[in-house]
Design a protein around this ligand. Structure first.
Ligand code: ZN
Length: 278
C-alpha cells in the first residue's frame, strides 16, 4: 500500500529513499497552525497532513507514497538516520500548545480520534505491521528539547510502533505534546467486544428500511448510491454501514433501542453526506 485509501492524493516536493526498511514506525507531528500549511519548503513535507473537523472526523491529504521517505525531522549528518529509518510521518493540523493556534490535539474529540485511527493509524499499521503502541507523550512545553522521553539513537533505530516528534533523537521539537494516545486506545478497543450481533444489525437495517428510508427519502438513496456505486442499496449494504457506525460508539451504548436507531440513522446519513462532498 503506497497510498492511504481514504486520503486525497496531494503530492508535494521531494521524497527520499528509505535507508532501512526494518522496524517501521509512525511519527505524529502537529503543524502549530490553524489550517493547511503550505509546505513551500521541500524539507518540511511529511507523508500526509491531517485536517480535523471538530466533532466530525478528519480529512487526509497524502503527499509522499509510503515506498519513499518524507522529510519533517532533523536529520543530522553522520548520525543515525531519522526521516529515512522507516518513519512514516503525519502532520496533524492544529496545536500541541494550550495557547497555540487551531485545534488543540491533546483534547481531541472522539469523532476526530476515531477517524484518525480509521483513515491513518489502522490501515498503515495493518499494511506495514506497525504495532499500535506508543511511549508516554509529554505535554508541551515540557516536551521540548531534552524531555526525558526522547529516545537514544540506538533505541530509535530499533523502535517499532507509534510515537511523536518529541521522541525522536537529534530533534528538539516537542510536538504533538500530550497527544491523547491512551484515550484513542480506549475508544478503539471497544471494536472487539461489541454487544451487536448480526441479528441486531439485521433488525436495525429492517427498521431503517421500513421507517427512516422513507423519511429521509431521496437523500438516503443518493448517498447510498454514491457510497456503493450501485443504483439501489441492498439490505446488506445498509446493515454494513450500520455496523460500521455502531463500531464508532463507546462500549455499552450499542444496544438496539429507538434512540440508538435514530442516532445510527443520523450517523450513517452524515457519513453518506461526507462522502458526497469529497
Ligand atoms: Zn514536528
Amino acid at each position: 500500500m503506497d497510498w492511504l485509501p481514504d486520503a486525497i492524493r496531494d503530492p508535494h516536493g521531494r521524497s527520499l529513499a528509505w535507508t532501512e526498511t526494518a522496524d517501521p514506525k509512525g511519527v505524529l507531528h502537529t503543524t502549530e497552525s490553524s489550517s493547511w500549511p503550505s509546505y513551500r519548503d521541500w524539507a518540511d513535507c511529511p507523508h500526509a497532513t491531517v485536517l480535523p473537523t471538530p466533532g466530525k472526523g478528519v480529512t487526509v491529504h497524502q503527499h509522499v507514497p509510503f515506498s519513499r521517505a518524507s522529510f519533517a525531522l532533523v536529520h543530522g549528518s553522520g548520525q543515525q538516520a531519522t526521516n529515512t529509518d522507516y518513519a512514516f510521518q503525519f502532520e496533524l493540523v492544529g496545536t500541541s500548545d494550550k495557547n497555540g493556534p487551531g485545534y488543540y490535539w491533546p483534547a481531541a474529540d472522539d469523532a476526530v480520534l476515531l477517524d484518525l485511527y480509521k483513515k491513518v493509524i489502522k490501515p498503515l499499521s495493518d499494511a506495514y505491521r506497525i504495532p499500535i503502541t506508543a511511549p508516554t507523550f509529554k505535554p508541551y512545553p515540557a516536551s521540548y528539547g531534552a524531555n526525558g522521553v526522547r529516545l537514544s539513537q540506538a533505541t530509535w533505530d530499533t523502535y517499532t510502533g507509534w510515537l511523536g516528534h518529541q521522541h525522536v533523537p537529534e530533534n528538539d521539537h516537542g510536538d504533538p505534546g500530550a497527544f491523547p494516545w491512551a484515550r484513542l486506545m480506549e475508544l478503539t478497543s471497544t471494536e472487539d467486544d461489541l454487544p451487536l450481533t448480526d441479528d441486531d444489525a439485521a433488525k436495525v437495517a429492517k427498521a431503517i428500511a421500513n421507517q427512516e428510508l422513507g423519511k429521509e427519502g431521496i437523500g438516503w438513496a443518493v448517498a447510498l448510491q454514491r457510497i456503493y456505486n450501485r443504483p439501489v442499496p441492498t439490505a446488506q449494504d445498509i446493515a454494513a454501514a450500520i455496523v460500521a457506525q455502531f463500531k464508532t460508539l463507546p462500549a455499552g451504548t450499542a444496544t438496539v433501542d429507538d434512540a440508538t436507531i435514530a442516532r445510527i440513522v443520523k450517523a450513517v446519513w452524515d457519513e453518506g453526506a461526507t462522502r458526497l462532498v469529497r
